[in-house]
Design a protein around this ligand. Structure first.
Ligand SMILES: Cc1cc2nc3c(=O)[nH]c(=O)nc-3n(C[C@H](O)[C@H](O)[C@H](O)COP(=O)(O)OP(=O)(O)OC[C@H]3O[C@@H](n4cnc5c(N)ncnc54)[C@H](O)[C@@H]3O)c2cc1C
Ligand code: FES
Length: 315
C-alpha cells in the first residue's frame, strides 16, 4: 500500500483562493518500528497550515496513523486544550497522507472548529485515527465519477490518485455555495479526465448545483462516489440509481465517540439479509452503499426499527 496520497507539493487550493499562511519545517522522529495498521491515539504536531478559501488545511505529524489509512477514512481531534469544556472530539476526513504526515481540511463551524482554526505550526493536537471504513475500489477498469460538495472533496484527492494509478478513468463534479468553499479544484483537475465546477452564486464555474451537472457525466460512469451534505448525497444517490450505477456515499452524521460505543451516529441501512438496522456511521461507515441507505428515514425512528435487534450491526 502506498503511504503517499493527497499531500503534494502543490497542495491544492480552491482556484484563485489559495494562500500560504504558515509553513515551518520541524525535525521529527521517524514512525516507530512496528507501527500497527488500525486506530491509534497520538499527539500530532502541526507541521503546516494553509488557508484554502474559507477553509484551513492542517498537515500534522501523526506517526502510526498513516500506515493503515485509506481514502474515505477519518480522524478525530480533541478540541479546546487540556481544560476544555468541550468533551467531544471532532471528526475530519483524511485529505492526504505522506510518510508520517497526514492532512485534514477544516471549515470553521462552531466552537470546536474555531479552536482548531487558531492552532499553528508547532502546536500539538490529540488525534485518533484512522477511523471508519474507506471507499471500496471499483471493479477492474470501471469508470468512476466523483461528486463532492464543499470540503466533501477532501477525501477525493487521495481516491482519485488511487483510481488513476489503477487505470480507472475518473471524472468529477465539485460544487459549493460560493467559490471560496470549493476545495481541491486544481489538484482534481490534474487527476481527472473531466472536471466540472459549480457554484450556487456563479462565482466560479457553472451557476447551479452538482446535481445539475452530474447527469452529463453519469452515462459515462460505472460507479459513483459522493461526499458532501446529506441532501446532496440523497440527490446524487437517486441520480445514480436512475442510471443503474453503484454509488458509494460518505455520510457526515453528528458523532460523539467516533469509535462505535455511543450510537450517536446511527442511520437506517438495509443489510445484506434485506433487514434494516441502525448502523453506526463511525465504524460501519462513513462510506455506505447508497442503495442501502434509507435516506427518507434518517433522523426518524421508523416502525420497523424498534428495539435491540435494530441496533445489531450487519452490513
Ligand atoms: C466522518 C466525518 C467527516 C468530516 N469531515 C470534515 C472535514 O473534512 N472538514 C470539516 O470541516 N468538517 C468535517 N466534518 C464535520 C465536523 O466534524 C463538524 O463540523 C464539527 O464536528 C463541528 O464541530 P464544532 O465544534 O465546530 O461545531 P458545534 O456545532 O459546536 O459541534 C458540536 C458537536 O456537534 C456535532 N456536529 C456539529 N456539526 C456537525 C457536522 N456537520 N457533522 C458532524 N457532527 C457535527 C459534533 O459531534 C460536535 O461534537 C466531518 C464529520 C464527520 C462525521
Ligand atoms: S459516534 Fe459513537 S457510535 Fe458512532
Amino acid at each position: 500500500m502506498s503511504r503517499t496520497w493527497g499531500i503534494t507539493q502543490a497542495v491544492d487550493l480552491a482556484e484563485g483562493h489559495g494562500q500560504l499562511t504558515a509553513m515551518m519545517a520541524i525535525p521529527l522522529p521517524p514512525v516507530p518500528a512496528g507501527a500497527r495498521a488500525g486506530p491509534v491515539q497520538v499527539r500530532a504536531t502541526i507541521l503546516q497550515v494553509r488557508t484554502a478559501g474559507a477553509y484551513r488545511e492542517f498537515t500534522v505529524h501523526a506517526p502510526g496513523v498513516v500506515p493503515g489509512a485509506e481514502p474515505g477514512q477519518f480522524v478525530t481531534l480533541r478540541v479546546g486544550g487540556e481544560s476544555s469544556a468541550m468533551p467531544l472530539r471532532r471528526a475530519f476526513a483524511l485529505s492526504g497522507v505522506d510518510g508520517d504526515a497526514l492532512s485534514v481540511v477544516v471549515a470553521a463551524h462552531g466552537a470546536g472548529t474555531r479552536w482548531i482554526f487558531e492552532r499553528g505550526p508547532g502546536d500539538v493536537l490529540d488525534l485518533i485515527g484512522p477511523l471508519g471504513r474507506p471507499f471500496p475500489p471499483p471493479p477492474t477498469g470501471a469508470a468512476a465519477l466523483l461528486v463532492a460538495g464543499g470540503y466533501g472533496a477532501a477525501p477525493f484527492v487521495g481516491l482519485a490518485q488511487r483510481l488513476t494509478a489503477a487505470g480507472h478513468p475518473v471524472a468529477a463534479v465539485l460544487g459549493s455555495a460560493t467559490a471560496d468553499r470549493l476545495y481541491a479544484v486544481r489538484e482534481l483537475a490534474s487527476l481527472t479526465r473531466v472536471l466540472v465546477v459549480t457554484t450556487e452564486d456563479g462565482s466560479a464555474g457553472r451557476t447551479g448545483r452538482v446535481t445539475d451537472a452530474a447527469p452529463e457525466l453519469l452515462p459515462g460512469a460505472s460507479v459513483v462516489y459522493a461526499c458532501g451534505p446529506m441532501p446532496m448525497l440523497r440527490a446524487v444517490a437517486a441520480q445514480a440509481a436512475a442510471y443503474g450505477l453503484t454509488c458509494h456515499v460518505s455520510v457526515e452524521e453528528a458523532m460523539a465517540c467516533g469509535i462505535g460505543v455511543c450510537m450517536t451516529c446511527v442511520l437506517p441501512v438495509v443489510g445484506v439479509d434485506g433487514t434494516s438496522r441502525f448502523l453506526r456511521s463511525c465504524v460501519d461507515g462513513p462510506v455506505f452503499d447508497a442503495a442501502k441507505v434509507r435516506f427518507d428515514d434518517i433522523g426518524r425512528l421508523p416502525d420497523d426499527l424498534h428495539g435491540a435487534a435494530a441496533m445489531r450491526a450487519t452490513r
